[in-house]
Design a protein around this ligand. Sequence first.
Ligand code: CP3
Length: 363
Amino acid sequence: MADSSGTVERPALKNDRYLRALLKQPVDMTPVWMMRQAGRYLPEYKATRAEAGDFMSLCKNAELACEVTLQPLRRFPLDAAILFSDILTIPDAMGLGLYFETGEGPRFKNPIESKADVDKLGVPDPEGELQYVMNAVRTIRRELKGDVPLIGFSGSPWTLATYMVEGGSSKAFTKIKKMAFSDPQTLHALLSVLADSVTSYLNAQIAAGAQSVMIFDTWGGVLSPRDYKEFSLQYMHKIVDGLTRESEGRKIPVTLFTKNGGMWLEAIAATGCDAVGLDWTIDIADAKARVGDKVALQGNMDPSMLYAQPARIEQEVADILAGFGEGTGHVFNLGHGIHLDVPPEHAGVFVEAVHRLSKPYHK
Ligand code: CP3
């Protein structure tokens, strides 16, 4: 048994349905996981978080981060685990001073305001300032014992930049858009150092044991089509080009998720990613007709559907499965993160329904 900083034991995968579907290889049923599957809708998460103190202390403790990663898997037969961490670890490691104000989401002590601020930023060392993330990856891989694959992740450069320039969460994105349109060179310099940082961070997660990686572009959809290509997609493309695509003798599938990106599926699929994440504002049948020959699709139930009664949840799952139709290339998921006040039993109904109702589509 190795410790969190040493070599890890890597037993053969018992359930590789999720990896196979991303690579469009045949599966026995549609794999499913839930964005933000570890989190506050689970009482056991709240208990572990209370033990850790605050959210970042939880992320920085490999044993506790591993514990909360595994919690949803003990309850539900999910087909993948996702590293417990946050997209804002990179800006934090760059010196912006991340903190969480109760009930207000993430904030930065030192937001980016000028070219001089950008010039001070360097690419963080994944085995230096971010080693706690790699230690969590190694610990989780060890504790998963090959049950299901582990997903590593990062934010997209554009999404990270929105938090770094706005100083936290935003609704109107006025500061970053002001930078984009009045001083694009500064924003491009920021996006460039972020793209290099994300590439090195994800490659380090793969080296530490992540078996697939996903890029969350939560805020790409607030841009116009031209600006999306210039400020978001271009940099995700650069990251895809720089990623390690094979490890431990297996392909490492890459998933790009732009919330509200349904208009741009062809452009996203053309980056060379393996899968595109969909939110619920697009019909999965349309998405499949447009890009299903190029990439796998992940999604796309409205997370608010988990407030509905079980029969309604099952109906929605059935409709989405029928929309995708026969064959592989679909990873079932919510179209965004699970809400914190959803009854955990409803998440169980959802996962069970995907497995049971999808079997006829995989004969
Ligand atoms: O999916 C998982 O289970 C893995 C863990 C995960 C977290 N954040 C844990 C978390 C993942 C994949 C993320 C990604 C993330 N973080 C995104 C992209 C995905 C998305 O939802 O669009 C974004 C935009 C963030 C930034 C972030 N982190 C925000 C806006 C917040 C506050 C939101 C909130 O619900 O309070 C966080 C904190 C955060 N990250 C929590 C969790 C479980 C809640 C912290 C807590 O326990 O209080």
